[in-house]
Design a protein around this ligand. Structure first.
Ligand SMILES: Nc1ncnc2c1ncn2[C@@H]1O[C@H](COP(=O)(O)OP(=O)(O)O)[C@@H](O)[C@H]1O
Ligand SMILES: [Mg+2]
Length: 319
């Protein structure tokens, strides 16, 4: 019997998906891609494969998770398996430069960005860059390396100091700081390549903005805020010209499930700066919105329909 195979490296983030799959009686298995072996002589099992590899895997000690996942995805795709968020999606997950190239090619505006390869090039990249600017990691997630600077000298002190944390891929981005008149960003969620909902995220407390419930314990997200107000709020009836463009970006890059973030400046211009192919949802915001459908529920339904599409008894692959 074929089943849903969930490829990941973070059990905590998979828990809400497990619940949603079990509620629907959908058969699934997990592939924990930290380290392992892959014998290319074998054919993969049948079913639907959902790639949830995260760009921030190295922060959980899974340094080679993305490389391992890329190898597995290449093998699955060679055998014609149905993969949700395939190899191309993973390429974007681990590179903001690749994300910006994909967005710009569909007419989506991104913040001006310079990539510095190697620590000694970071300050050089910032010289002549109009301040204020931020640094961030090319392979990021969780707001890694996001810092605001008002001049290249301050950046120089940071880069030479002990606090500097290089991106795991050696690429630091210097990026135009988009000052929002109100401190929030919008994250637009897609499942099956279609809009699910948008969520407004309060940024007044900092840059680490993972919406996963499992991340809410971080300092930046201390749930004990006054009034219990949530940082995440689902926007009712979100309708924006960017949605159609985002859908084209996703279709063009083999991405079926994603959360895309944008920020609006004081002139009303929207800048898109992050595509999360390994997206998480905030259950508190979903409960407040009272939307019948949760993000993980939508993913489970989508995976279930894909599984029916491949058939429970798939023809055996040619080796
Ligand atoms: N160019 C920018 N201008 C202003 N704020 C930004 C910019 N880029 C990122 N941020 C802030 O930093 C957060 C993390 O940056 P992001 O690019 O999403 O990295 P990650 O992939 O680590 O989530 C964003 O959600 C936003 O609040
Ligand atoms: Mg982000």
């Amino acid at each position: 019997m074929s089943q849903i195979h969930v490829l990941h490296e973070n059990a905590a983030w998979v828990e809400p998906l497990r619940v949603a799959l079990r509620e629907r009686d959908l058969p699934f298995a997990e592939w924990f891609l930290d380290s392992g072996t892959l014998d290319l002589i074998h054919s993969p099992p049948h079913g639907v494969f959902y790639n949830r590899m995260s760009a921030s895997s190295h922060t959980r000690g899974h340094r080679y998770g993305p490389e391992y996942a890329a190898a597995v995805l290449a093998w699955l795709e060679r055998h014609g398996r149905r993969v949700v968020n395939g190899g191309r999606a993973l390429q974007l997950e681990v590179s903001k430069v690749a994300q910006y190239a994909a967005l710009e090619s569909h007419g989506v505006r991104t913040p001006r960005t310079v990539a510095a390869i190697g620590r000694e090039r970071v300050v050089e990249a910032a010289r002549g860059f109009p301040p204020p600017f931020i640094t961030k990691h090319n392979r990021a997630g969780k707001g890694l390396g996001v810092r605001l600077f008002h001049d290249a000298e301050a950046l120089g002190r940071y880069v030479e100091g002990v606090a500097f944390e290089p991106s795991v891929d050696g690429i630091t981005l210097i990026q135009e700081y988009i000052e929002a008149p109100e401190p929030f960003i919008t994250r637009v969620e897609f499942v099956g390549g279609r809009l699910l909902y948008a969520v407004r995220v309060d940024t007044s407390q900092g840059f680490e903005l993972c919406p996963a419930d499992a991340c809410r314990v971080d300092d930046a997200f201390c749930p004990a805020g006054e009034g219990g107000g949530s940082l995440f709020r689902i926007v009712e009836g979100f309708d924006h010209p960017l949605v159609a463009r985002y859908e084209r970006v996703l279709a063009d890059n083999d991405i079926h499930i994603a959360g895309i973030e944008f920020i609006v400046d004081c002139h009303g211009e929207a800048y898109t700066y992050d595509i999360n192919t390994n997206t998480n949802y905030n259950s508190e915001a979903e409960a407040v919105a009272g939307a019948g459908q949760t993000g993980m529920g939508a993913i489970a339904d989508y995976l279930g329909s894909e599984l029916r599409g491949v058939g429970h008894i798939a023809p055996s692959a040619v080796v």
